[in-house]
Design a protein around this ligand. Structure first.
Ligand code: ZN
Length: 179
C-alpha cells in the first residue's frame, strides 16, 4: 500500500468513527487510539502552507536568480555556514559576510527515496545526496541522476542552481561532473 493510500484509509476510518460518535452521542468525540484521551474531531479540513520570513537571507535568494550559491562566513574565525545564517555558533557573534561557493565537490553519500513524505508522494522515486564542497561545506540536496547505479561515493559533482519543474521554482541540486 502506498503512503497516500494508507493516509486516505486512515482518514476514511477516522470519518467513520466520527460519524458513529455523532450518531451515538451527538458530538464528534472519539478516544485517541494510543492514549484513550478524548479527541474533538473538527469537520473542517485545514490546508497548511508555510510563509516563513527569509528577510535576513535575502541576498541568498537574489543570488539564486543569478545561478549563484552563497554561504556566510565569520570574519573572526572563518567558519562557513550553509544554509547561510547571520550568526557564528563558535564566536557567538552576529554580522557574517557573504561568500560565493564554487559548487565543486564530491559525493559523500546518497540514497534513493522510495517511501516518500506525503507531500512528495505524487513524485517518481528520487535520489538525495550529500555533496562535500571543496570549501569544506556539506550540502544536502536532490541528485539530478535518476539511475542510482551511475553514482559512486567520492565521485566529482557540482551543486548547481536550476528550476525544478515539479514546483516551478529555483532550487539547488547535485549534478555528477562531466569528464
Ligand atoms: Zn566565528
Amino acid at each position: 500500500m502506498s503512503q497516500k493510500e494508507a493516509f486516505d484509509q486512515f482518514l476514511k476510518s477516522l470519518d467513520e468513527a466520527v460519524k458513529e460518535a455523532k450518531r451515538a452521542i451527538k458530538l464528534p468525540l472519539i478516544p485517541d487510539q494510543k492514549t484513550g484521551r478524548l479527541l474533538w474531531i473538527s469537520n473542517r479540513e485545514l490546508r497548511l502552507r508555510y510563509a516563513i520570513s527569509v528577510d535576513s537571507n535575502k541576498k541568498f535568494y537574489e543570488a539564486l536568480l543569478d545561478g549563484k550559491l552563497l554561504a556566510t562566513k565569520c570574519p573572526t574565525c572563518g567558519a562557513l555556514y550553509f544554509p547561510p545564517q547571520d550568526y557564528c555558533n563558535r564566536c557567538k557573534k552576529q554580522g557574517l559576510q557573504w561568500v560565493e561557493l564554487s559548487g565543486e565537490g564530491e559525493l559523500l553519500s546518497y540514497t534513493k527515496v522510495v517511501v516518500k513524505p506525503y507531500s512528495f508522494s505524487h513524485l517518481e522515486d528520487y535520489i538525495v545526496g550529500i555533496a562535500k564542497l571543496k570549501e569544506g561545506i556539506n550540502i544536502l540536496a536532490w541528485v539530478s541522476e535518476k539511475d542510482v547505479s551511475k553514482l559512486k561515493r567520492g565521485m566529482k559533482v557540482n551543486v548547481r542552481v536550476k528550476e525544478r519543474e515539479e514546483e516551478g521554482y529555483l532550487v539547488y541540486e547535485i549534478v555528477p561532473a562531466q569528464d
